[in-house]
Design a protein around this ligand. Structure first.
Ligand SMILES: [Zn+2]
Length: 305
């Protein structure tokens, strides 16, 4: 389905396709702005699905044969194509494999460093909600306050800087592009049957982004300096965290990203094992049992339990 979708909606724009299956479309000469989205979605069931739109323009997957909508990140693709249609200067990267560990973005960061470093601004179109401009992902700050405020004002749709982002493609470029953000594209409840997309918001957003003067935005973050992390990460979640995204659910869905977050905070595997046995009171057998690969549990016979 992903391939058919790309063929139908992106291929007509004649993108460059790289080894990792990223699609890249450039409008203008050496643009300084990169727009970023991803072509993969998370579905538990294959095939086409039925979707419904209510009178407020809210789209949802309505039948019991459907699963999630896939607005994460088809909404981002819609915005990117809308800006290309309007001739807005920029490099548009349709990343492959975001949901399975940003493999497309990792490829570019590793093999196309000069290309990535040629941008001043990276705008991911992959944030839930309608009001957030993510300025930090997994606590790592990606944009200056000055840039974030100026960009929100220029869009003119009441977005505000939001340091509670988790993870999207352009985090791979954090140390290569000075101003790096992720903007709300109107979905909520991603990856679940409750997923919704606010299409009214989405249509407005394309028009709003098309009238921004990107050359006017201040480029402040200095990549040669040590970068800050957000220290109020968990505190700032209060009230922004909807029930569809409870923490355990997020950990199940993004185990490798959460592991990365823990590493960022200085926890390694031994610390976690210590935590489980000493703080949580699990016994050694319960904990270490899970470390054994299938078919390799013979040594448990000798374990003193
Ligand atoms: Zn996404």
């Amino acid at each position: 389905m992903e391939r058919q979708f790309i063929e139908r909606y992106i291929t007509p724009y004649e993108p460059t396709v790289d080894k990792a299956n990223n699609r890249i479309i450039t409008v203008g000469d050496n643009p300084k702005v990169m727009f970023s989205c991803h072509t993969d979605t998370v579905h538990h069931l294959p095939k086409r699905q039925k979707i419904h739109t209510d009178k407020h323009g809210i789209i949802h997957a309505g039948s019991k044969h459907s699963n999630c909508l896939g607005a994460d990140d088809t909404a981002g693709i819609y915005v990117a194509l809308g800006l290309i249609d309007r001739g807005i200067e920029g490099t548009y990267i349709f990343h492959a494999g975001e949901e399975i560990g940003c493999i497309g973005a990792k490829h570019l960061a590793e093999h196309e460093e000069d290309f990535i470093k040629s941008f001043d601004i990276s705008i991911a179109l992959d944030r839930r909600g309608t009001q957030s401009l993510v300025t930090a992902q997994t606590c790592m700050i990606g944009a200056s306050d000055e840039f974030a405020k100026a960009f929100c004002a220029a869009i003119g749709m009441k977005h505000s800087p939001d340091p509670t982002g988790l993870w999207t493609d352009n985090i791979e470029y954090l140390n290569m592009i000075p101003e790096l953000v992720n903007l709300s594209v109107g979905y909520s409840g991603a990856h679940t049957v409750h997923e919704r997309l606010d299409s009214t918001y989405l249509f407005k957003l394309v028009d709003a982004l098309a009238q921004v003067d990107y050359k006017d935005l201040p480029i402040i973050r200095d990549l040669s300096q040590p970068q800050g992390i957000v220290d109020t990460y968990y505190g700032s979640y209060t009230g922004k965290y909807d029930h569809e995204d409870d923490l355990e659910d997020l950990i199940r869905r993004f185990p490798s990203q959460i592991a990365h977050l823990l590493e960022t905070f200085g926890f390694d595997g031994d610390d976690i094992l210590d935590f489980l046995t000493k703080e949580e009171g699990l016994d050694d057998y319960q904990v270490y049992k899970h470390l054994t690969a299938p078919g390799r549990d013979d040594w448990w016979d000798d374990f003193d339990r």
